[in-house]
Ligand binder design. Structure first.
Ligand code: FAD
Ligand code: NAD
Length: 522
């Protein structure tokens, strides 16, 4: 049965709605939806006024384009002519104008950092900045907090943006001769290690605990030094998280330390700034002719696990500009034996990354040497494992490196979800040489009868006898079919933005409800 929600724009789960970051949105004129924008960008119209030419933009030049009828904005070193986009911006023209003629990266990150602006504004790209531009004024000012000593009493908590104070975690700490234990009472059942992110560097402790869409943070300058190896214990049923630190010196601590700015705060995850730690590149292996598997080692004093379906951001300084790009961690290989839950390698993060010949970030990444360091953020993403846990049939539609979120998802589905009868991967690539982990996928299909894989090539060469083409309604109606009328289905889709958007639309047209389709986006 078709379960289509009432027409609303932007749709509740769309990038555009999320983009407004909870701010008031202005109603868009008819014919100014995201789909209309996509159509316009595909119409062949010259969106920049430069007839497709890319130029190097100076600070002075950027500053000149600061009017509604002539508006350029710089995001992460790239300059876009957003004049034609004005009427399509869900946050309204005035919001966009706040960054007119300047570097809007900070504003962008605060409001909707995960929107794939590179793709949405692709046709508006004017070129790269010649030098780092002036940053637009930040909108959100940090909340100053009176510095208090932490003496083991429970200090007054700062609760932001939450309707129920009862949900706010609290903490306490105690010590033995050799250990400091910080106990956080999250009041949440089902707490697990994926929800605790801990970093401790030079006496600076940062412990973030995810409680649904909220984040609780402990941020303390410890009063004494601790050893590098930190431990986290979780009492799942009562939602207690213990952070265990080993004292470097056998002394009695009078206080835990000095609270830092965001200590003991509870706020929406999306309002918390991204936190980065430096990870060491320990190996780089070829997957295909243009894709590599990067293995990064987390610091010993970090506890971080990237949950299934979530991504991290990598940060590098490129030509003097900080550049951030999202990547979805995978496993070191596709486990073939799904009888036992796979043991977690929590010290490493594996990333499968396609190196683009003219890609800004991936070229710099490819030039990293073994032993070099790169900044890695805490995880983000809207996917929830519970979406799979209630499904009987799982369809994974992946294109190119859009395969990456499917790796952990496959592992999780085949290992831990008993009610799943079928897991089907439909993998779109240009050529045979582009197929990631083809052998592993084929072996898995032979080994596990619940799993099936289908490769579809858009530019097949030589003697390809398999399916060809791009994502289409007829193709999906052939491959994505409920085996029973009332089967509980989940369809996950990931790839280039047009692929994902078209896929979502075709699935909707085929009668799948919004709850049955999960598009992976930033
Ligand atoms: P860009 O510089 O952005 O270039 C992108 C494209 O434009 C390339 O085709 C490049 O060749 C072309 N180009 C660049 N400069 C020019 C020019 N001057 N003229 C013409 N063409 C040009 N990717 C992965 O490989 N693995 C992942 O796990 C992964 N996970 C992701 C997760 C999320 C949530 C999202 C949103 C994206 C993910 N990506 C992933 C994509 C990744 O974030 C980057 O977009 C990708 O690595 C390209 O970055 P880049 O800076 O190298 O390329
Ligand atoms: P690619 O360009 O090699 O294309 C792979 C296949 O995608 C093609 O064979 C085709 O079937 C399909 N495709 C490509 N362009 C299309 C279009 N305009 N319309 C419809 N179908 C199209 O892919 P790639 O270079 O590996 O790029 C993978 C993309 O996946 C990147 O854009 C990356 O940002 C995205 N990605 C997103 C996430 C996420 O959001 N979580 C994770 C990983 C990758």
């Amino acid at each position: 049965m078709l379960n289509v929600p009432p027409q609303a724009f932007p749709a509740p789960s769309s990038q555009q709605r999320a983009a407004a970051g909870g701010r008031a949105k202005v109603p868009l004129k008819p014919g100014r939806s995201l789909m209309d924008w996509i159509r316009l960008t595909k119409s062949g119209k010259d969106m920049t006024g430069l007839k497709g030419r890319l130029i190097e933009v100076t600070e002075d030049e950027l500053a000149k384009h600061n009017k509604k009828e002539d508006c350029w904005i710089c995001i992460r070193g790239f300059v876009y002519n957003v004049t034609p986009y004005m009427e399509y911006h869900p946050g309204g023209e005035d919001e966009l104008m706040k960054a007119a003629g300047t570097d809007g990266t900070d504003l962008f990150d605060q409001v909707h950092r995960w929107v794939n602006y590179e793709s949405m504004l692709k046709e508006c790209l004017v070129g790269r900045m010649a030098v780092k531009p002036i940053t637009a004024p930040k909108e959100i000012t940090s909340v100053s907090e009176e510095k208090k000593q932490l003496n083991g009493m429970l200090p007054k908590k700062k609760v932001l943006c939450t309707s129920s104070k009862d949900l706010t975690p609290s903490y306490d700490w105690f010590q033995t001769d050799s250990l400091i234990t910080i106990a956080v009472y999250t009041k949440q059942k089902g707490m697990n290690a994926d929800l605790v992110i801990l970093d401790c560097e030079d006496k600076r402790l940062r412990g973030e605990i995810i409680v649904d869409d909220y984040s609780y943070l402990l941020e303390v300058d410890l009063s004494h030094a601790v050893q590098e190896d930190v431990a986290v214990n979780i009492a799942e049923k009562v939602g207690k998280v213990e952070i265990i630190l080993k004292k470097k010196d056998n002394v009695h601590w009078k206080i835990l330390g000095q609270p830092l700015e965001n200590h003991n705060t509870f706020m929406k995850r999306t309002d918390r700034g991204l936190f980065y730690r430096k990870c060491k590149l320990v190996s780089k292996t070829e997957v295909t002719h243009d894709t590599k598997l990067f293995c990064l080692l987390l610091p010993e004093s970090t506890h971080l696990r990237v949950p299934t379906g979530q991504h991290v951001y990598l940060k590098q300084i490129i030509a003097g500009t900080e550049v951030v790009k999202p990547y979805t961690p995978v496993l070191p290989f596709l486990p073939l034996d799904f009888q036992e839950p796979s043991c977690h390698d929590s010290a490493h993060i594996y990333l499968m990354i396609k190196i683009y010949p003219r890609g800004l970030f991936t070229q710099a990444l490819d030039h990293l040497q073994i032993g070099d360091y790169i900044s890695v953020s805490s995880p983000e993403g809207s996917f929830k494992k519970s979406q799979v846990q209630t499904s009987e049939e799982l369809f994974l539609l992946a294109a190119g490196t859009g395969f990456t979120p499917m790796v952990k998802l496959l592992n999780f589905a085949l290992t831990e979800v008993n009610c799943l009868r079928t897991v089907k991967l439909i993998f779109f690539n240009r050529t045979e040489d582009d197929i990631l982990w083809r052998n592993q996928l084929e072996q898995l299909a032979l080994k596990d009868e619940r799993f099936e894989v289908q490769f579809i090539l858009s530019q097949p060469v030589r003697d390809w006898v398999g399916k060809q083409g791009m994502i289409s309604s007829s193709l999906l109606s052939e491959f994505v079919k409920r085996s029973r009328k009332d089967s509980k289905v989940l369809i996950c889709i990931c790839g280039p933005t047009p692929f994902t958007e078209q896929g979502v639309q075709y699935l909707k047209d085929l009668g799948y409800s919004q709850e049955e389709v999960h598009p992976f986006t930033a």
